[in-house]
Design a protein around this ligand. Sequence first.
Ligand code: NDP
Ligand code: 8X3
Length: 253
Amino acid sequence: MSKIAMITGASAGIGEACARIFAEKKYNLLLVARRRDKLEQLKTNLVDTFGIECKTIELDVREREQVQSAWDNLPKQWQQIDVLINNAGLSQGLDPIYEGDWGDWDRMIDTNVKGLLYVSRLVLPGMKERRKGHIINIGSIAAKEVYPNGNVYCATKHAVDALSKAMRIDLLPYGVKVSTLHPGAVETEFSVVRFKGDVERAEQVYQGFDPLLAVDIADAAWYIVSRPKHVNINDLLIMPTAQANGTMFNKDN
Ligand code: NDP
Ligand code: 8X3
């Protein structure tokens, strides 16, 4: 059987682009997200185009019991994950901390931190046992900096960074690679989700400069995975040329 890549948040944006590149490289795919229709469309397209095998799992990574039962129901050969891309994530709201919405905070912490942990807790033991595997955690420039009104989202991405370092330490004896991939602004559904369907406000985020595309990040994920066995990319921060840090953009050219 070909190698298996498990990608969370594969129904859109960066996860979908990763699925496409890994399919092109002949990986079989285990694709996870809440929107089944999007996953099924992607599966059909990738299987027809690249002749790979693909399983989709309709799953909310925040729901620990759902995650456990989806995992338990997988055929054993599909539990032998070679590459796990912990990508499912979101931002909700952009408010000062004294006005933050509790529901927004729960959704971000539960998805970006606890969801990543739930999935990893099930996949990592097999990697440890087989003494191989590669985890790529999708962080953000928000894992490196805290920007105005980014408070809780930035905290969740700092947590992703810390957990990645922890995984690297705990898995060191077993030869399992752990990498973090931190994008700056990528034009995906991210801002529409952050602004809860306000498409106009979301579009403004990317106006006046060339943001990254989801494929730029997927390309980097493939670069990370395709290094020789003795090389690990611990941490990769990728920004649009027109973005210097979390807040400074060159929108003049
Ligand atoms: P999108 O909104 O386009 O995609 C997010 C994906 O995550 C979707 O497939 C969504 O699927 C999935 N997802 C969200 N919540 C859950 C959940 N509870 N359970 C399962 N899947 C879920 O955004 P991006 O592609 O941009 O984001 C991907 C990752 O990249 C995120 O972790 C984000 O924080 C990070 N990132 C994004 C940047 C950007 O500028 N776009 C920059 C830096 C980091 P569904 O709704 O079907 O469940
Ligand atoms: C997403 C990019 O700049 O909105 O992580 O934090 S940013």
